[in-house]
Design a protein around this ligand. Sequence first.
Ligand code: C5P
Ligand code: C5P
Ligand code: ZN
Length: 433
Amino acid sequence: MLKEHIENDEIIRIISHNDADGISAAAVIANALKEENAQFHTTIVPRLKEDVINQLRHEQHDLFIFSDMGSSFVKELNTFKSDVIIADHHQVDGTEADSNLVHVNPHLFEIDGSKDLSGAGSAYLCVRDLDKKHFAYFALVGAFGDMQGQDGFNGVNKLILEDAKETNLEINEDLKIVSKASEPLFKSLAYTFTPPLPGISGDLEGSTAFLEKIGLSYGIKFTDLADEEKDVLTAELIKINPDIYGDCYLIPKEIPMLKDLEEYAYILDACGKNKKFGLALSIALGEREKALSTATELQRKYRDQIVKGLEWVKREGAVQLNSSQYLYSEDKVLKSVMGTIASIGLSVELIDSSKPVLGLSRLHNDIKISGRTTRDMVERGVDLGKALRDSSNNFGGQGGGHDIAAGAMIPYESKDNFLHLFDEMIEYQLNND
Ligand code: C5P
Ligand code: C5P
Ligand code: ZN
């Protein structure tokens, strides 16, 4: 379908999600189309809503591509007069696609979209056979964005990894700390969240104290350390978390800042969280210098906010319900990082990982919710996507996502009743698995 529309020289309409995975998904398609000299128009949105779909319906395009979103709108997209491709990996609702619609989603093939294929991966599969294996690495960037690569790749991601290795990817064992060449060491360590370094991740003072204890200067960049110093640091960090030394996925021809695919994802994430979607997309389409220095500034600001958020969690703790727990804030800074600090809070064990956590933030008359849990809890029966979809629907809200990470929007006045219902649903999931 895609090939036909490219050959007809139409303007292809791409709609994608605003996080690192969604931006990577748009990037893989846009880069492929660019290389085919095809025309395209991309829009990045925080989430697909009926009004967005109805607006698009009136645009004169022959092909719409929805990536990292769309699977819960098959019913609406079936009614489009034009062709539609959905390349998603979120949970599906069972609606069959009509003949104008191609629905690419791992869940349709009993493949787990929360860990084995990202939105960018689904998007990559749509362009792969146009001789685009050299863009496979974007699918891996997206997977990192959705936390699917941090412990190695599995499932379809692993097959995509083979495509990347065949074309332009190298895997090297190395220390997995961030911004080795651009930040002083104490920041590189404090901003490393995957794998978590207890007492160091998210804690600038803890990080400085650790470096002083092992006799290294905290202000120097990792890349400026002498080899013996690097060895000392590596040995000491391995004592804290052995996973800190392991496979790094690199594109050798990329500039240092974007060489490591995991760090590439974090840059896109920082742009996305600051609502600079155009900037993120332009970087993924090859813009450098000025775009990257702006992105670095945004990343500094974002990391600062994450650290403040984690300090807040440390101070306040999560409010405990029977089977779940939640964070709530009306603070502007905290609101923008609620999902991120819920994820990191769990992994660095500032938040009890034996209960799912909801991060709630107030947006006028609504509450935005980010739910996160662990793989262990999912194996015990927890499905946050389902719980958030069902509990928010009950109060006229909307929600969904994955078993391990999901979100919702509900009216402010139903906050307490919603929390109660959600908690009961989790309890039910745990008792009936
Ligand atoms: O919409 P999308 O699938 O791209 O978003 C998933 C979100 O869930 C991302 O923000 C990702 O970082 C988060 N996530 C998480 N922990 C996981 C898996 C995903 O925080 N284990
Ligand atoms: O916003 P957040 O990063 O917490 O979203 C986590 C996951 O839940 C994402 O995959 C997102 O697409 C999904 N979500 C949803 N409906 C919402 C909010 C989030 O399906 N109202
Ligand atoms: Zn995704």
